[in-house]
Design a protein around this ligand. Sequence first.
Ligand code: PLP
Length: 414
Amino acid sequence: MSTSRSSQAPPALDVEAVRKDFPIFETGVAYLDSANTAQRPRQVVQAMVEYFTTYNANILRAAYGLSETATARFEAAREKVRAFLNAGSTREIVFTRGTTESINLVAYAWGRQHVRTGDLLVCTVMEHHSNLVPWQILAGERGARLEFVDIDDHGRLRQDQFQRLLEQGPRLVAFNQVSNTLGTVNPYREMTAAAKAAGATVLIDGAQGAPHLGFDVREVGCDFYAFSGHKMCGPTGIGVLWGRRELLESMPPFLSGGEMIKAVFLDHTDYADLPHKFEAGTQAIAEAIGLGAAIDYLEGIGLDAIRAHEAEITEYAYEALSEIEGLRIFGPPPGPDRLGVLSFDLEGVHPHDVATILDRHGVCVRSGHNCTMPLLQRLDVPATTRASSYLYTTRDEIDRLVAALHDVKRIFTR
Ligand SMILES: Cc1ncc(COP(=O)(O)O)c(C=O)c1O
């Protein structure tokens, strides 16, 4: 689905009705770790159970009915992803295990073909390790230079620095749509346009963007877009790489073996057409079908309604947390360029202690480096506590977080 810029207010989201779709909330847990992995609604679980119980078979390989049904549902899920991203063709939709594998695919298959000694690769200091380590390895192997765009005091990318790096004609620009630690929504349309004008190939890590904002690959005009199913109410073990068709066509395979071939001879192999050239081995069939169901689910509620609900919760949480003495929130204030990821530091208490005490109150948050160690080095903190919201998050859960944080303070100031 494309990010709508309609001026009309989206229909309000009925959060209590939404929560009824998620059996896990019957446990009473306050789940504030959706940036890590989202919860799954019954609809997704049921789609997977239906596969396992009524048409379980491998895809693409057999001539019997069960396999044909499984293949058709698997390919129907691919079509849902295509429509979600407004891609021109399902040939551009490659199923992977997640964002990490998608980015590695590009770093290996595209990178080793296109990156040469002395080339410049541009990344940012706010990247998840998944969008940083593969480029480090590639740069090291090819003798390329890897440079990083810094952030300003509000956790926004320094566009002046980005422009200066673009003037050096980078081969690749890779950045996230939304930061998983700061919640910053990067100006990805403008950054893509500038990077393309500078002649760069552009990869956007949509792990935190796709679940909340969606993405329109044709409108944005990047070359690669990666995201994970499990952060958008789908299962783990399934993700997507969208790539511009001509790029994918020209790239060599990443993984090789069964399913990615047209014909194999002892001395050479003819590869399968897209997207199967990049889908070696038995695929995560139930998971792809589950991802398709997750897209149906989110689109049924409406990404605009989800975004509006999250904006409201983020503002509420930001204000409530700001009132706690000694608590410092990282990233921009609530607004159009900030999503519901709230990483913070509570003076004098290690985030692991914070999270452990919150857990005693039934509140789940992430503590640690959020797979963004260079960013935390830049912020000069060893770790953060991170509370993140999604379509099912309530004000009551935020109130529980705040009450539990007061308990943390009470315990540590005794
Ligand atoms: C911004 C970002 N990129 C990449 C990833 C990696 O996603 P996965 O572990 O699903 O491959 C994450 C996961 O937290 C993320 O938040």
